[in-house]
Ligand binder design. Structure first.
Ligand SMILES: [Zn+2]
Length: 491
């Protein structure tokens, strides 16, 4: 049985209270998204007006910008990369395939229309700039678009109970290593990668609906059966919305954070809300304080367990077991730190957010014994299920299983392969590192990794150096051998 070193908790207290100032200072250096969305719930369509006040934070001159158009991944089953694989088709599309998309009507800069181009099966919007954009300069791009929401239980889609509008708007591609990163929406993992930005979102929708969203609702009005909400979210990596006619709502403010749980058909409401609060309290102490003023969890039509967005977590209504449901809440809350506040390329280095999040979920049970799961139990189950998976794979296919974790999402051959290597093996790797370096260095390393990379983008190298600096140990070899598959895991 392992124990956390209590003195680490004291360091966090020093940062408490600085978070609002932190966000204000950081927000002035970022791009701003001004989104105006009108949802037609009957037709499952929406009109979008988006102004991106884009800042060039690179050290080169930009002549164009590129944006992901994730909804177009749902346009046809004939595309070369798809968001739902063939094994999940009937679960995700219970009424058969239904197309969804975003159609770009116009793009303008300073009121002048520009000739935009759609690339890579309409997954990328390329916008030529009228004037070259020098480092630290800003440009305002206005995009008008029509959105069609598909009948699919996914991040972008609707089912019988909820309508999920996530990854629905054009979001700027990250520029790095001399080009824009344009990875496609795929069925493995969370294939997203973006920089933090500020969001001002005005959304109008049928008043029969209730809405859970990223950010803080700063104004709400109602007229002619339509509700308009204004949201502000500073220094976040994305913005998501989930609507439902069925939502019931519970709220609680703890330590200046408004926690909201929006649900239907739930007999465990107070416990679920409390799990989200306990998770934030635990990760505040373990890593650094949650810097935002809201966190909302929504129960929803979603075929994949759960999903994280800044200030917003989605929990699938397919998760029936109350303990598993809480586990999803804790895991998705953990992503607020790893993916949300500390970003990473989720396509290239999925272990970095999923492995860390799965591991801090195990730590949640260690630190909260009232949740009736122990750390040793979680790690023990991970080890035995991983070894069983390997055995079964090698028996069935008669070949050695490729246990490398440092692959792109599309390079995993199946969802189980992705899950066992990224989540399960990721957790086992972090447990092993903790054994090697000892508790005090390990927890200091986690805290340093968070503090050094918050609001930025981290890579495996950042993780290695945070842990090495905290422990004075050379860990590159062992971490890389876990990632490249050369470590042999035994019972
Ligand atoms: Zn996750």
């Amino acid at each position: 049985m392992k124990r956390i070193i209590i003195c680490l908790l004291l360091v966090v207290v020093l940062f408490t209270g600085c978070t609002t100032l932190d966000l204000d200072k950081k927000s002035s250096e970022l791009s701003n998204y001004y989104i105006d969305l009108d949802l037609n719930y009957e037709d499952k369509t929406a009109l979008l007006n988006e102004v991106v006040d884009y800042i060039n934070n690179e050290d080169i001159v930009l002549k164009e910008l590129r944006f992901h158009l994730y909804p177009n991944a749902f346009k046809s089953r004939e595309l070369s990369v798809l968001p739902v694989n063939e094994f999940n088709l009937s679960k995700a599309y219970p009424n058969g395939f239904d197309p969804g998309y975003i159609e770009i009507n116009s793009v303008s800069i300073d009121g002048k229309d520009v000739n935009f181009t759609l690339l890579n099966e309409e997954s990328i919007l390329q916008v030529p700039l009228i004037n070259e954009l020098y480092p630290t300069e800003r440009v305002k791009i206005e995009i008008d678009a029509s959105i069609c929401i598909p009948n699919v239980k996914h991040r972008f889609g609707y089912g019988d109970d909820t309508l999920n509008l996530c990854n629905f708007y054009p979001i700027a591609c990250v520029y790095e290593n001399g080009g824009f990163v344009q990875d496609r929406y795929c069925s493995n993992g969370d294939p997203f990668y973006s920089e933090v930005a500020n969001y001002n979102v005005e959304v109008t929708y049928d008043s029969v609906l209730k809405l859970g969203a990223s950010g803080e609702c700063v104004k709400s009005s109602e007229s002619n059966g339509l509700t308009t909400n204004f949201y502000e979210a500073k220094v976040v990596r994305d913005f998501g919305l989930v609507f439902s006619k069925k939502f019931e709502v519970v709220e609680k403010t703890v330590d200046d954070v408004l926690f909201t749980y929006m649900y239907y058909d739930d007999v465990n409401v107070e416990e679920n809300l409390q799990a989200m609060i306990d998770a934030v309290t635990t990760f505040n102490n373990l890593l650094g304080k949650y810097p935002y003023s809201t966190l909302t969890a929504v129960k929803c039509d979603f075929s994949y367990g759960g999903m994280e967005y800044p200030n917003l977590i989605l929990i699938s209504d397919d998760v029936e077991n109350v303990h598993d449901y809480i586990n999803v809440i804790v895991h998705e809350t953990g992503h607020q730190w790893f993916y949300g506040i500390v970003g990473n390329n989720e396509v290239k280095e999925a272990w970095l957010d999923e492995g860390l999040t799965e591991y801090i979920t195990a730590l949640f049970y260690e630190l909260n014994p009232n949740y009736e799961r122990t750390y040793d139990e979680v790690v023990g189950n991970a080890l035995s299920s991983y070894l069983l998976f390997l055995d079964v794979y090698e028996d069935v296919f008669g070949e050695r299983f490729d246990t490398s974790m440092n692959r792109e999402l599309t390079e995993f051959n199946s969802e189980p392969e992705y899950t066992y290597l990224i989540y399960v093996k990721g957790l086992l790797m972090l447990d092993n590192l903790r054994d090697i370096v000892g508790d005090s260095g390990f927890f200091l390393g986690l805290k340093n990794y968070y503090e050094n990379n918050k609001y930025g983008i981290a890579t495996t190298d950042h993780f290695i150096s945070a842990l090495e600096n905290a422990t004075n140990k050379n860990l590159e070899g062992i971490i890389n051998s876990w990632l490249d598959g050369s470590v042999v895991i035994k019972n």
